[in-house]
Design a protein around this ligand. Structure first.
Ligand SMILES: NC(=O)c1ccc[n+]([C@@H]2O[C@H](COP(=O)([O-])OP(=O)(O)OC[C@H]3O[C@@H](n4cnc5c(N)ncnc54)[C@H](O)[C@@H]3O)[C@@H](O)[C@H]2O)c1
Ligand SMILES: O=c1ccn([C@@H]2O[C@H](COP(=O)(O)OP(=O)(O)O[C@H]3OC[C@@H](O)[C@H](O)[C@H]3O)[C@@H](O)[C@H]2O)c(=O)[nH]1
Length: 385
């Protein structure tokens, strides 16, 4: 049966140039597009490990609908050609792990701003649609975080809910290099918005709020560098797999809302297939019902991992570390991130579905199946020598 959009029109198969397709979000989006649609994907990245299962063998049912192009968008003249022969470009490429923002601020700014410029330019000049991935970090800190600790206004949603069209973007000082990422993302958002206003670029900007699930980042020493620091899901998974305490940065008091990657991908597919409803908009994509402090996340992950692995938790499951020790000089944090859902609800009728417990259960089952054996071997190796 032909697929129809939200207005009942038949959806025509399109060619999508997906930059950063080999990453966490890209791999899930490619999977969705291959298994549920007839669209073609030109998958651009420097790595393809996370989409290998979609590329090989040749007998896969979507054979011919996904092509991998190994290229670095910093310096490859093939990029314009790929954008020109596509109907839509989706840009996911970025350095987006907080451990890099204060330690590699130049790479972070180049990756999130300078390297994205040609993508925006080629889309604008060739009249091609662009879906650009920004971040919830563009909101920075909440207004409420500047109120006295005991102020009753801190409980008022007007002081913390993050709204695309009215909330300000509040970053720390320039020495707090943590904000290099958020600031670069904000400037590229403004540039895209201006290309829309002045030159008619057809764009959608996505602000993901902590999307998590299988294939996120890497487990240090197994499929990534031993000294690498991934995002919190992979940090805590690594600690659980190795039976080490989970490290709570500055007491784990910061709050986040986590959304299951599969719910979030549904929202992106709606944007892809409903251009008239998605173009010209900036969308928060998150799950306002899944808010926890980082400490609560650690406790829940410990409980869930115990359930899925059948192993009892260690005696002291968490340990406090300072942000300076964990991330180094120049780290700072967003205090609280609850997305307002009014705009995405109105335009695309989308809502997230999966509870934090359920998404952790499926994700930690995946982590255990994928890594437990390799970790056991890695731990056994040094003593065997
Ligand atoms: N996962 C989240 O919760 C989240 C939250 C906010 C924003 N985002 C944004 O979503 C996008 C995707 O995030 P992700 O979680 O999938 O990250 P990811 O690191 O898993 O994926 C990014 C991909 O881009 C590729 N890439 C980076 N620079 C490149 C270059 N110069 N040329 C070619 N490929 C390049 C990387 O190899 C990687 O595969 C990013 O723009 C990120 O800032 C993600
Ligand atoms: O081992 C850890 C890792 C992280 N943390 C804390 O956990 C919280 C979440 O950390 P994450 O690594 O997931 O990163 P953040 O939520 O701060 O930022 C992320 O948000 C949106 C995206 O743009 C990026 O993917 C990333 O910047 C932070 O408060 C961090 O300090 C720990 O307490 N312990």
């Amino acid at each position: 049966m032909a697929r129809v959009d939200l207005d009942g029109n038949t959806i025509k198969p399109m060619t999508i140039c997906m930059i950063g397709a080999g990453g966490f979000i890209g791999s899930h989006l490619c999977e969705k597009l291959m298994t549920e649609t007839q669209h073609t994907v030109l998958a651009v990245d420097v790595y393809n490990d996370k989409i290998k299962h979609l590329l090989e063998p040749d007998s896969l049912p979507w054979n011919g609908r996904i092509q991998f192009h190994r290229l670095n968008i910093k310096n490859d003249s093939r990029l314009e050609g790929l954008i020109k022969c596509s109907d839509l470009t989706i840009n996911l490429a970025a350095i987006c792990t907080p451990a890099d923002y204060n330690t590699r601020p130049l790479d972070t700014i180049y990756s999130n701003f300078i390297d994205a410029l040609p993508v925006v330019k080629y889309c604008s000049e060739n009249n091609k649609r662009l879906i650009h991935f920004s971040t919830c970090e563009v909101y920075g800190k909440t207004i409420g975080s500047f109120l006295p600790k005991d102020s009753p206004l801190r409980q008022d949603p007007a002081y913390y809910i993050l709204k695309e069209d009215t909330s300000p973007c509040i970053f720390g000082s320039v020495e707090k290099q943590r904000w290099s990422y958020a600031c670069a993302k904000q400037l590229i958002e403004r540039l895209i918005y201006a290309e829309g206003a002045e030159n008619g670029l057809e764009f959608t900007i996505v602000r993901p709020f902590n999307w998590i699930g299988p294939r996120m980042d890497f487990i240090p020493g197994i499929d990534g560098p031993s000294e690498g620091v991934p995002r919190v899901l992979a940090c805590f998974s690594n600690n659980l797999l190795r039976r080490e305490p989970l490290k709570l940065v500055d007491g784990g008091e910061s709050q986040r809302t986590f959304i299951y990657i599969k719910d979030a991908i549904e929202a992106v597919l709606l944007m892809i297939e409903n251009p008239a409803r998605a173009s010209g908009h900036i969308f928060n994509v998150g799950n306002p019902n899944n808010e926890v402090t980082v400490r609560q996340l650690a406790e829940m992950m410990t409980q869930v991992y115990s359930k899925v692995s059948g192993e009892e938790a260690i005696e002291s499951p968490t340990i406090d570390v300072s942000s300076k020790e964990f991330y180094g000089e120049g780290y700072d944090d967003s205090d609280k991130r609850i997305p307002d859902m009014t705009i995405i609800n109105k335009q695309l009728g989308w809502n997230p579905k999966t509870s934090l417990w359920d998404l952790l259960e499926s994700t930690l089952t995946y982590q255990h199946r994928t890594y437990a054996e390799a970790i056991k071997q890695a731990i056994a190796k040094p003593s065997a020598n």
